[in-house]
Design a protein around this ligand. Structure first.
Ligand code: BES
Ligand code: MN
Ligand code: ZN
Length: 496
């Protein structure tokens, strides 16, 4: 899809549909709507008077103009109360407008949605994100084209040259970032029989070639030589060999310490010998969403030529139970030298990540961030509204939370008090890999924290946010690509 920017007056612009944003209770104080209503001989006013639409958030109204206006249709979309307006409202409104119009077979339309936010850059950005992200579809395994056709073109109507140029710049960047989100969503959506560790590595190599990023892929022998026994133990029960993906993007000064991003890359999580229940197990193809988000964030950072150095580490493996699988009771030695008693083979994410986090220390990172669909407990605690945040540095956590507010990928912090560590003590080894029924998200985070040394570190548990069950707005049903926009915003923030 293409987003174009044009200087034109919305009353005189010919189009299949015009998207207009309305604040709650202000539908008729808005000059733009008043001028449109005049063209329609008061039809809008009548609709509002009848109480059919009042600008409430998540409400919308499609009006056919039947030859009265230059726009064949008006699509009014509610933004809620003006004083509660956030970029996220615009993002959602744009996404749902696009989805409704494409469902109605309108593949090209114009929009003045951003005008409700005075075309401020952050509003233009959020609106364009809503359109791009809401237009995502994945049909590569369908023999027949999908019912919902996608949109081809959205035209932003602006008032003057200055707004037009600034909107063009913002939209160019947004297209690039949303392209990276789509790349991540594709990786997460591909089923486990396609998206294997080897496939992820191939896609990382392909992306790195395209973006001018360095990429190395370590295979089993090399991972063994590094001493990553915890990581490798997860791969033992699968015919799919593991991979360790290492990406290096150098946009910053030669000697600037890098930001290291680590992503969980479990391409399918059956639970292993501690087998998961059958219902819903198919969802566990998304257990590499953290790794995919790291790949997407690096693609975006390279596309934007951000002046920072970034290292991406994605340990990837499949967690299955066969005769060679690791078992409850096994003790393995991590690369860090700490021993771990495996009490639950379904707590596999931390087994891969602890070795990758330890490996990350060789880069002397300025900050270290891991992203993982790590615990079901996080879904219980925060649902699908927020990503779990833990870490050892307040400044870093604050910057991440800020990026979360800006992008709408919200974070909520959980504590890592040392008392939680008691739950992870093993009788036979230094640590055990699972703590029991309480504080599951925190004990997982605490475990990871044992492998980051003195470095500033944050852990993002995206178990609840990586997948959207209902679908709406800028998040169609399925993989959300969460983490990509968040990390890109964070990386941009570190430059200020
Ligand atoms: N990949 C899962 C976490 C998960 C569960 C993500 C549901 C998304 C939805 C992870 O590997 C896992 O199985 N964690 C266990 C940990 C437990 C055994 C300590 C869990 O959450 O049950
Ligand atoms: Mn698991
Ligand atoms: Zn898992």
């Amino acid at each position: 899809m293409e987003c174009k920017v044009l200087i034109d007056d919305c009353v005189h612009h010919r189009c299949r549909a015009l998207v207009v944003g309305c604040f709650e209770g202000e539908v008729f104080s808005d000059p733009l709507l008043r001028s449109l209503d005049a063209v329609l001989a008061g039809a809008l006013e009548a609709i509002v008077d009848q109480g059919e639409f009042g600008g409430q958030a998540n409400k919308s109204l499609l009006v056919h103009t039947l030859g009265k206006g230059e726009a064949e249709r008006l699509f009014l979309v509610g933004l809620g109360k003006r004083r509660e307006a956030t970029p996220e409202r615009f993002r959602r409104a744009a996404g749902s407008a696009l989805q409704a119009l494409s469902k109605a077979g309108v593949q090209r339309f114009a929009s003045v949605l951003h005008e409700a936010g005075d075309a401020a850059p952050e509003v233009v950005r959020a609106t364009a994100e809503g359109f791009y992200l809401g237009n995502y579809s994945f049909d590569c395994y369908k023999s027949e084209p999908l019912e919902r056709s996608v949109c081809e073109e959205v035209t932003f109507l602006t008032r003057d040259e200055v707004t037009c140029r600034s909107a063009e710049d913002v939209i160019r960047e947004t297209a690039l970032v949303c392209g990276a989100v789509a790349f991540t969503r594709d990786l997460v959506t591909h089923p486990g029989n396609v998206a294997t560790p080897a496939y992820l590595a191939e896609r990382a190599l392909e992306m790195s070639g395209r973006m001018g990023v360095e990429c190395r892929v370590l295979e089993r022998e090399e991972i063994e030589r590094l001493g990553m026994e915890a990581f490798l133990s997860v791969a033992k029960g699968s015919r799919q060999p593991p991979r360790f993906i290492v990406l290096e993007y150098r946009g910053g000064k030669q000697d600037a310490r890098p930001i290291v991003l680590v992503g969980k890359g479990v391409t399918f999580d059956s639970g292993g010998i501690s087998l998961k229940p059958r219902d819903g197990m198919e969802r566990m193809k998304d257990d590499m969403a953290g790794g995919a988000a790291v790949l997407g964030a690096i693609q975006a950072a390279a596309g934007l030529r951000l002046p920072v150095n970034i290292v991406g580490l994605v340990p990837t493996a499949e967690n299955l139970p066969d005769g060679g699988a690791y078992k409850p009771g096994d003790v393995v030695r991590t690369m860090a030298g700490k021993t771990v008693e495996v009490v639950n083979t379904d707590a596999e994410g931390r087994m891969l990540l602890c070795d990758a986090l330890y490996y990350a220390q060789r880069y002397r990172p300025s900050v270290l961030i891991d992203v993982a669909t790590l615990t079901g407990a996080c879904v219980v605690a925060l649902g699908t509204c927020a990503t779990g945040l833990m870490g050892n540095d307040n400044g870093l956590k604050r910057a991440l939370r800020q990026a979360g507010e800006t992008t709408g990928e919200r974070l909520w912090e959980l504590p890592l008090w040392e008392e939680y560590g008691e739950l992870m003590k093993s009788d036979i080894a230094d640590l055990k890999n699972a703590g029991g029924p309480t504080a599951g998200t925190i004990t997982a985070g605490w475990f990871l924290g044992q492998f980051v040394g003195k470095y500033r570190w944050a852990h993002l548990d995206i178990a609840g946010t990586a997948w959207e069950d209902k679908g709406g707005g800028h998040l169609p049903k399925g993989a959300t690509g969460c983490g990509v926009r968040l990390l890109v915003e964070f990386l941009k923030g570190t430059l200020k």
